[in-house]
Write a protein that binds this ligand. Sequence first.
Ligand SMILES: Cc1cc2nc3c(=O)[nH]c(=O)nc-3n(C[C@H](O)[C@H](O)[C@H](O)COP(=O)(O)OP(=O)(O)OC[C@H]3O[C@@H](n4cnc5c(N)ncnc54)[C@H](O)[C@@H]3O)c2cc1C
Length: 397
Amino acid sequence: MSGSVERFDAVVVGGGAVGAATALGLARAGHRVLLLDRRPKPVFSEEAPVTRVATLNAASMQLLTDLGVADRVLARCGYPFHRMEVWDANSSAELHFDADDLGLAALGWTVEHLALEASLWEELEAAGGAVLPETGWRALDWWPDRIDLHLEGGRVLGARLLIAADGAESALRARAGIAVRRNPYHMTGVVTTVATRFPHQDTAWQRFNGEEILAFLPLADGRCSIVWSLAEFEAERVLSLDDAAFAESLRDAFGGRLGDILTVSPRADWPLVGRQARDYFSGRLALVGDAAHTIHPLAGQGLNLGLADVRALLDAVPSGTGADPADATALRAYTRSRRLDNELMLRSMEGLRWLFGSSQPPVAWARGFGVGQVDRHRALKRFFALRAMGGSPAPVG
Ligand SMILES: Cc1cc2nc3c(=O)[nH]c(=O)nc-3n(C[C@H](O)[C@H](O)[C@H](O)COP(=O)(O)OP(=O)(O)OC[C@H]3O[C@@H](n4cnc5c(N)ncnc54)[C@H](O)[C@@H]3O)c2cc1C
């Protein structure tokens, strides 16, 4: 039986941005790596419509630079933005961030998911990593020195380290018996790309209106990617509108800051759920990205936290001949370094939702006053901006 097992130092299940970055990092460190995903191989084309966009912080860009893919990702419709406007529809609270004032190269970068995933897959193959698109697994066998992954179609892969990067509903996490805490927000994230009457002004915009949060993220082609977090019933309503009526609702929800909405791409939607796995590893299996945690998209941090997991895992996993990539001390160190950080971010997002979501007069007053204080103090603003950038102000790009 074991003669038919193809052996790898690491097998990564899930070729989203987090899994592909993990596989590339491990391959660069000299490990024999295989990446598999049930989806087809990601292929980037400038002609394809923009669907999913993420805002990356400086720490994530630094990781992409270290992995040798940052230039390719940025050349594929990536966009560095330098200003951010955040305001509250129900108080005087407003925050303005400017990269020049804060001494930063950029406040963030908008990148297309497909560009990111395709660049990582291409670079992984160039680095000698194996890839298996359109492939799922059906069973696992746990051995002291490896985990065997039985694939649909009969192949068996033996992994000294098995990485679960298979997203929020991770089947590997469930199979390993790792419990997960769920906090459904009863909100839906509606995502689309729009052209607006007035230019985006190199600015990421975010408007809070109670529980409803609307972000316009600037793209290289002058359009904006929007993320609109709405109560479930309200999301159902706006998703059922035709494009013209949707554009009108969106303009009103945004307070008309960029004028009329001229075009709307096909819309997508996600249920918003906060999740935190009780542990980030079990034996030879480790969780990364959405398989380990998910948060509300209000600060655009989900992928950034996933890429921070990748950095921590790559730092922890031993490399070199004879080293065991699933060394328990290393995986414990990885869990320790990431779980608390992710928990703090989850709790901060819940605090922000409460602060901006409450219409009680004392909270609304405190919101206007407190946010005004932050906006007037350069050092405080720099502190918050650096925190959102993953603690790394490194000038990139
Ligand atoms: C509305 C919305 C907006 C967001 N905006 C931002 C933002 O601006 N900035 C940001 O940082 N984050 C943002 N996020 C979060 C971000 O998109 C995710 O955190 C990130 O994409 C997670 O990446 P991942 O690689 O861990 O998971 P995924 O991207 O979900 O990848 C999982 C992969 O695993 C594969 N897979 C699953 N099961 C199997 C299986 N059994 N076998 C084989 N393959 C499998 C899937 O096909 C998929 O390719 C947003 C999220 C939402 C919902």
